[in-house]
Design a binder for this molecule. Structure first.
Ligand SMILES: Nc1ncnc2c1ncn2[C@@H]1O[C@H](COP(=O)(O)OP(=O)(O)OP(=O)(O)O)[C@@H](O)[C@H]1O
Ligand SMILES: [Mg+2]
Length: 160
């Protein structure tokens, strides 16, 4: 059985992330969506708690099988060993993603885990969690860019 670990902050999950999850699942038997961060102390620029993020991801991946949603802290390679993942999955949107991910992938390969890249779907290549938060905060609509439940949560958190 092949298992991939898809790590990120998912603060919150977007249709861009979901696209990566669905496509990775076609390649791997199981995809573990790994939400990074400490559940006890909310990092200063996070909008959602780890539990809220885990819950949203679980809800919007309900229609898929072979998906697991977990929290992790610390070294990704160590977490991959613990869950017995064969590879890390990352999404690539832009050259800036590439620059950063290339470095991480090389370091992680050196530490024993390979990275498989999924290129962003053209419909979603401009999406990021930060952009969704910024637009919602300023009163714009993110309909069609995040699942409806995430859109509601964003509005709730960010309404003044
Ligand atoms: N729209 C997208 N299409 C493809 N991959 C994506 C997309 N958004 C994020 N990813 C990938 O998902 C992984 C986790 O991303 P992350 O949690 O940092 O989300 P983000 O949208 O970049 O959020 P932030 O704005 O907080 O950085 C990374 O590998 C990232 O490249
Ligand atoms: Mg990011």
């Amino acid at each position: 059985m092949t298992k991939a670990c898809y790590p990120g902050s998912f603060d919150p999950i977007t249709y861009g992330h979901l696209d990566v999850i669905e496509r990775a699942r076609r390649v791997f038997d199981e995809v573990v969506v790994a939400v990074s961060g400490s559940p006890s102390n909310l990092s200063k620029n996070a909008l959602f708690t780890i539990d809220e993020r885990l819950e949203m991801i679980t809800e919007v991946t309900q229609h898929l099988d072979g998906i697991k949603v977990m929290n992790f802290e610390g070294l990704l390679v160590e977490f991959c060993r613990q869950i017995d993942a064969n590879a890390v999955v990352k999404g690539l949107r832009t050259v800036s993603d590439f620059d950063y991910e290339m470095q991480m992938a090389q370091m992680n390969a050196r530490m024993g885990i390979e990275t498989v890249f999924v290129v962003a779907g053209p419909k979603y290549s401009y999406l990021s969690s930060s952009l969704m938060k910024e637009v919602t905060k300023l009163g714009g609509e993110v309909t069609g860019l995040v699942p409806p439940t995430v859109e509601r949560s964003l509005k709730e958190k960010l309404k003044r």
